[in-house]
Ligand binder design. Structure first.
Ligand SMILES: [Zn+2]
Length: 273
């Protein structure tokens, strides 16, 4: 196994989703490869940190009991009409419909469990659920860190947008915008191919004083908010925005103000082309 394969399998390894043979191969690689081992540790600690920071909500004591009791009362009170009984018998004759063949008290219990699950999930505020965006943020930070640590910041090293853009265009099935922001204090360093969220993405690398900004670009989805709240985690800032064609995620250890300025400049330059 080489570093590229190990990197691709890292998420699966961390989530313990790999088969034993692949598991062993990646473990063997991690023992012998300092870079990948470091990436693994960082990624693992990020996942741990997110897990620890996410609040868990328990349904209040007795909720399950109360739902069951009220359902039992409801079912007990309702007289079984002839029509209902006939229909139940007709339905029971249909083969292979396990649900309909279940006794009523089992159906009530199933309903109670489903209802309890719905109630419990609604008690958890939406934003605090570890969702797809949280997961993506973890991947983005890991990718940013990896690019700096594994000495693989760029595939094409150039401050010239007319060099970086065709290089990326030739290797992706989309043409990400590349703009020069050196007069504004964000010189372009180069570009790189990366792999995020199960797709190849463009990574544009910009510099701010001694810090690097990885700007990940891929073809955008049309649903959801245009911009989301900036994320700050473990000393890294993440800013997300979209235009009609692309999804952008800027990741860096610069301060939030600088990263917002970068976003604004990038958007203005793309819009004015
Ligand atoms: Zn490696």
């Amino acid at each position: 196994m080489n570093c590229e394969e190990a990197t691709k399998l890292m998420d699966g390894y961390l989530d313990r989703e790999l088969d034993p043979v692949t598991n062993q191969a990646i473990e063997q690689h991690l023992r012998g490869c300092h870079d990948c081992e470091q990436a693994y540790k960082i990624h693992g600690s990020l996942i741990g940190a997110i897990g620890n920071a996410t609040p868990y909500y328990k349904a209040p004591a007795g909720l399950h009991e109360r739902i069951q009791l009220s359902l039992r009362a409801e079912i007990g009170q309702r007289p079984v009409t002839n029509g209902l009984r006939d229909r139940a018998q007709v339905l029971r004759k249909k083969p292979r419909n396990v649900l309909l063949e279940m006794p009523w008290n089992w159906l009530a219990l199933a309903a109670a469990i489903i209802l309890a699950a719905i109630l419990a999930s609604n008690l958890v505020p939406r934003l605090q659920r570890p969702g797809a965006e949280e997961f993506l943020a973890t991947q983005l930070i890991a990718s940013h860190v990896r690019s700096l640590m594994a000495n693989h910041l760029t595939d094409v090293l150039s401050s010239d947008q007319h060099t970086v853009k065709p290089w990326l265009d030739a290797r992706l099935d989309f043409a990400p915008p590349v703009v020069d922001l050196s007069p504004q204090g964000f010189p372009l360093v180069g570009g790189r191919l990366d792999y995020l969220d199960n797709r190849p993405v463009a990574a544009l690398v910009y510099q701010r004083r001694k810090h690097f900004i990885n700007l990940f670009v891929w073809r955008g989805e049309t649903e959801g908010d245009k911009t989301t709240q900036p994320i700050s985690r473990q000393g890294y800032q993440l800013v997300h925005w979209r235009d009609s064609d692309f999804n952008y995620w800027a990741v860096s250890d610069v301060n939030e103000k600088d990263l917002q300025e970068f976003k604004q400049l990038f958007e203005e330059h793309v819009a004015s082309r």
